[in-house]
Write a protein that binds this ligand. Structure first.
Ligand code: IMP
Ligand code: MG
Length: 181
């Protein structure tokens, strides 16, 4: 496989992503049998995972999106989630599935889940592609996660560094020299 020169190495290949995403999607599909969930993708990082994930679902689903940002990640998080684009749909009484690229400190998903429950969603289920478990600072866990990863900065398959690399079809570890200059 052609690797981008800014990658240290490939962590998850296209084939690994394809088969694990399918496996998780089928589990979710089964768990929601008879329901009609609202599948919420968190922009922009989840786009590729989201589009692969939903294509394995056989239940009736509705799609919606949100874009959020946290002011200052990690040590200096302000404790407030900034909603850049809100949902089109009303979540009251709905079973909501949040699809997110990665859970790191847990700030984003802890706040999003609380927000959707405050808006009276019937249930909120979190599906993540990646989990950097060792970085968790907030009391939140995904209900479904595709891959546990070490504390490395990763790019590709939707994930970016300064809005670059989202289109790479694999998950790669970004070279330190790229962000340490
Ligand atoms: P949290 O709110 O600290 O859990 O951060 C989650 C967000 O941080 C994700 O939605 C990503 O946008 C970003 N993020 C965390 N780790 C990485 C990474 O290794 N690569 C790219 N983005 C990351
Ligand atoms: Mg994100």
């Amino acid at each position: 496989m052609n690797m981008h020169p800014d990658c240290e190495r490939i962590m998850l290949s296209e084939e690994q992503l394809r088969s694990r995403v399918k496996e998780i999607a089928l589990q979710v599909d089964k768990a929601f049998e008879g329901k009609r969930p609202l599948v919420v993708g968190i922009l922009k990082g989840s786009i590729i995972f989201y589009s692969d994930f939903i294509r394995h679902l056989s239940m009736p689903v509705e799609l919606d999106f949100m874009a959020v940002s946290s002011y200052g990640s990690g040590a200096v998080s302000s404790g407030k989630l900034n909603i850049k684009k809100d949902l089109d749909k009303d979540v009251q009484g709905r079973d909501v599935i949040i699809v997110e690229d990665i859970i790191d400190s847990g700030f984003t998903l802890a706040n999003l889940k609380a927000l959707l429950l405050e808006r009276k969603a019937q249930s909120v289920t979190i599906v993540t592609l990646l989990d950097k478990e060792s970085r968790r600072e907030y009391d939140i866990e995904p209900d479904y996660n595709c891959f546990m990863i070490e504390n490395e900065f990763v790019i590709g398959y939707g994930l970016d560094y300064n809005e670059q690399y989202r289109h790479l079809p694999y998950i790669g570890i970004l070279k330190r020299s790229v962000y340490e200059k």
